[in-house]
Design a protein around this ligand. Structure first.
Ligand code: UDP
Ligand code: MG
Length: 154
């Protein structure tokens, strides 16, 4: 099992799409191991988007991420990091494939509905940045045999 960080960005909150986007992940079969609403700060975004520091769009990106609180989620499943990136789609909503979350719900390269960790290393760092260990809940009975073949998750 893997865990990954998803943020429902202010574009999702402002457009009243929180329930719809959570539902996409839930229906896919990803387990919600933790979830909370939080207001992001300048300092946290400097860390979270440190790979983009110096890009011309960096100040606008940070401002867009602080417009409203976000919903932070820890999603869990087999290959969850890659699966969540795949169903999230390309960064730019105008180029993202139909059927992906960004492809179905946005027109923007910046206001693109969700953040999703892009590698196992990033997932570990990002989950620790957004959640305290006690805010993540261990596997409860999700009837895993309905989601996976036994050799896929054991
Ligand atoms: N972004 C932007 N302009 C760009 C590229 C990225 O505003 O030209 C924003 C966008 O919101 C994106 C975030 O910066 O989701 C992080 O960029 P990254 O390249 O990590 O894309 P992601 O992993 O979110 O697909
Ligand atoms: Mg990224």
């Amino acid at each position: 099992m893997e865990r990954t960080l998803v943020l429902l960005k202010p574009s999702t909150v402002q457009r009243a799409l929180i329930g719809e986007i959570i539902s996409r992940f839930e229906k896919k079969g990803l387990r919600i191991a933790g979830m909370k609403m939080m207001q992001l700060t300048d300092e946290l975004l400097d860390d979270h988007y440190s790979h983009l520091l110096g890009k011309p769009f960096f100040p606008a990106l940070k401002a867009s991420m602080m417009k409203t609180p976000v919903v932070a989620m820890c999603l869990e499943g087999v290959d969850a990091i890659a699966v969540v990136r795949y169903i999230t789609g390309y960064t730019n909503g105008r180029k993202a494939d139909p059927g992906t979350i960004r492809g179905d719900y946005c027109m923007s390269n910046q206001q693109n509905i969700v953040h999703a960790s892009d590698s196992p290393e990033a997932a570990v760092v990002e989950l620790a940045r957004f959640f305290r260990p006690e805010e993540l809940y261990d596997l409860y009975d999700l009837n895993l045999d309905r989601l996976y073949a036994i050799d896929e998750w054991q």
